[in-house]
Design a protein around this ligand. Structure first.
Ligand code: OOG
Ligand code: NI
Length: 461
C-alpha cells in the first residue's frame, strides 16, 4: 500500500483548501492568477536572483490560511489536524491590545519549522481563538452563554481526529485513508449552509464582529488564504488595474532600495456572501455577511532580536514623523528606512540584524581564518544566505482583523483581561509553542557550527 507521507499530505491539503476557497470567494482566483503573472515578470527581470528568498516552485505553491476557533478544546483539535500535516505551533500573538481596535483573540501559527520541509511546502495557518473569559469584552453572563454554545458544537468529526493522530504517529497514511482525511479536513473548513441564529450573532457582533464570526455559528471556515508574491507593489497596481479595490496601503516595511525584511501584506475585502439567517420567530431568510478577505504577501529576511528592536523603533519613528509632518506614510517610511537600515544584505548580516545560514566560501582566502563570525564573513571565508521570515507581524495582523470589522464593537478598559501567553498556549495545545526567533537562531547556529568545523575553526564568541 502506498503511503502518503506528511509532506505530501500537507501539499495536497493546501491545494484542496485553495480549490475550495476559490469556489467560495471567486476574487481569490483572480488574486492567484495575478500573483502568478507578477512572479513570472519578476523572474524574467531578475533571473536566479529573484529566487534568493525561495524557489519559484515553493513561492508559487505558497499560501497561508487564517482560521478562528472558540475554545481551548477546539484549539487542541486544530493542533492535531495540523500535526498530521507536519505543522507545529509557532509564535504567540495577543490581539486583545491591538490598536486602534482590540480583538478578543489570541493566536499562534501552525507551520513546518524545518528548512527542507518549508522548501517542499511552506503551508502555514494563522489560528486565532476567542477569549470569552476576558471581561473587557464579555460580561459574566455572556461568557457563560458563549462557552455553553461553543462546548455544544463539534468543528472536527471524530473520524478526522483519529486519522490525524494516526497520520502524525505513523508519518503518513495509506492512500485510501489519506483521501478520507483530506475530504474531512477540507470540509471542516468549508462555509456551512446552516442558517445563522440572527439574534445570537447580533448580540456577539455588538462586542466584536470577530466574536460573532467565531462564536455566532456552529462551524468554522477559512477567513482568508494568502498567496505569496515576489513584487507586492506590482501586484497592488495590477489588482487595481483589474478593478479590484485594495485597502489603502501595503502594510509592514516600505518599498525601498535595500534588502527586504520581514513581511509586507495587503488585501481587498471580499464581496458580501449570501448566508441564511434564522430569526427569533423561527423564520429562515436570505441575508449576507461580509467577513472574508483576499490577502497577499511578500516575504523578506527574518530579523534577529536586535533587528526586530530596530524595526519596532523605526515603525514608531515613522508614526511620529507622519503625524508631525502630515506627509504620506510610505514616503516617510522610505526616508526613515534609508536613514537607519543597512542598505545591503551583507551589511544586515555584519551588523547582526538579520538571520542567515552560513557555508564555507567556494574559494577560500589564503592564511588563517579569524575566529569570529563577523571576521569570517567580512574576510570572505563564509558565505551568508538569508533566512526568510516565516511568521507574522502583530501590527499587520491587527490591521487585517480591523479591516474585517463591521462595527466598532465595545471594550470596557476598566475591566481586567485574562492572562494569556506562549506558555498558556503550549499547555492548551499540549505541544511546545516555539518562539520564532529561537527557530531561526537554531537554524543559523547549526549551519555556522558545520561551516566552522569544515574550516577547522572554533568560533570564539
Ligand atoms: C487573521 C489575521 C492575521 C495575517 O496575515 O497577519 C493574518 C484573521 O483575520 O483571522 O492572517
Ligand atoms: Ni493573513
Amino acid at each position: 500500500m502506498t503511503t502518503v507521507d506528511t509532506t505530501t499530505l500537507r501539499a495536497r491539503f493546501a491545494a484542496r483548501l485553495s480549490a475550495l476557497y476559490g469556489t467560495e470567494v471567486p476574487a481569490y482566483t483572480t488574486l492567484v492568477e495575478v500573483s502568478h503573472e507578477v512572479n513570472a515578470r519578476v523572474i524574467e527581470r531578475h533571473g536566479a536572483d529573484a529566487e534568493r528568498l525561495g524557489s519559484i516552485s515553493r513561492v508559487t505553491a505558497e499560501r497561508h490560511g487564517a482560521i478562528r476557533v472558540g475554545s481551548p478544546a477546539e484549539m487542541a483539535q486544530v493542533a492535531r489536524v495540523f500535526g498530521a500535516l507536519g505543522m507545529q505551533p509557532t509564535g504567540f500573538y495577543d490581539l486583545r491590545d491591538a490598536r486602534p481596535t482590540p480583538i478578543p483573540v489570541v493566536s499562534t501559527a501552525f507551520r513546518p519549522r524545518d528548512r527542507e520541509e518549508l522548501a517542499r511546502n511552506p503551508f502555514r495557518v494563522f489560528t486565532s481563538m476567542l477569549v470569552p473569559e476576558d471581561r473587557r469584552f464579555f460580561d459574566a453572563d455572556l461568557e457563560q452563554r458563549l462557552r455553553t454554545f461553543l462546548d455544544a458544537r463539534q468543528l472536527f468529526p471524530d473520524e478526522l481526529l483519529t486519522l490525524a493522530d494516526r497520520a502524525e504517529a505513523e508519518g503518513g497514511l495509506d492512500e485510501a485513508a489519506a483521501v478520507t482525511f483530506l475530504d474531512l479536513a477540507a470540509s471542516a473548513f468549508a462555509l456551512s449552509p446552516e442558517p445563522v441564529d440572527s439574534a445570537w450573532y447580533a448580540e456577539l457582533e455588538r462586542v466584536s464582529s470577530v466574536a460573532a464570526d467565531i462564536g455566532g455559528v456552529t462551524t468554522t471556515h477559512i477567513n482568508h488564504l494568502t498567496p505569496r508574491v515576489l513584487d507586492i507593489d506590482d501586484l497592488y497596481q495590477s489588482m487595481q488595474a483589474r478593478g479590484i479595490e485594495m485597502i489603502d496601503r501595503i502594510q509592514g516595511p516600505p518599498r525601498w532600495d535595500g534588502p527586504d525584511v520581514l513581511l509586507r501584506q495587503t488585501s481587498f475585502r471580499a464581496l458580501a456572501e449570501p448566508r441564511r439567517f434564522r430569526d427569533p420567530d423561527g423564520v429562515v431568510s436570505e441575508g449576507s455577511l461580509r467577513v472574508r478577505f483576499g490577502e497577499v504577501e511578500a516575504r523578506g529576511i527574518a530579523l534577529t532580536p536586535a533587528g526586530r528592536d530596530l524595526y519596532d523603533r523605526l515603525v514608531r519613528t515613522v508614526d511620529e514623523r507622519t503625524a508631525e509632518s502630515g506627509e504620506d506614510r510610505d514616503v516617510v517610511a522610505q526616508q526613515v528606512w534609508t536613514e537607519h537600515l543597512p542598505a545591503t544584505e551583507r551589511q544586515l548580516c555584519l551588523d547582526g540584524l538579520g538571520f542567515f545560514t552560513y557555508r564555507p566560501a567556494e574559494t577560500l582566502p589564503v592564511g588563517t581564518p579569524p575566529r569570529d563570525l563577523r571576521g569570517l564573513v567580512a574576510g570572505g571565508w563564509l558565505e551568508a544566505d538569508p533566512i526568510v521570515y516565516e511568521d507574522f507581524l502583530p501590527r499587520s495582523a491587527a490591521g487585517i482583523f480591523s479591516s474585517n470589522l463591521t462595527g466598532e464593537g465595545s471594550v470596557d478598559a476598566s475591566q481586567g483581561g485574562a492572562e494569556r501567553d506562549i506558555d498558556w498556549m503550549s499547555a492548551t495545545v499540549g505541544r511546545d509553542v516555539a518562539a520564532p526567533e529561537d527557530v531561526y537562531a537554531a537554524e543559523s547556529r547549526t549551519s555556522l557550527e558545520a561551516a566552522a568545523a569544515t574550516l577547522g575553526v572554533t568560533i570564539a564568541e
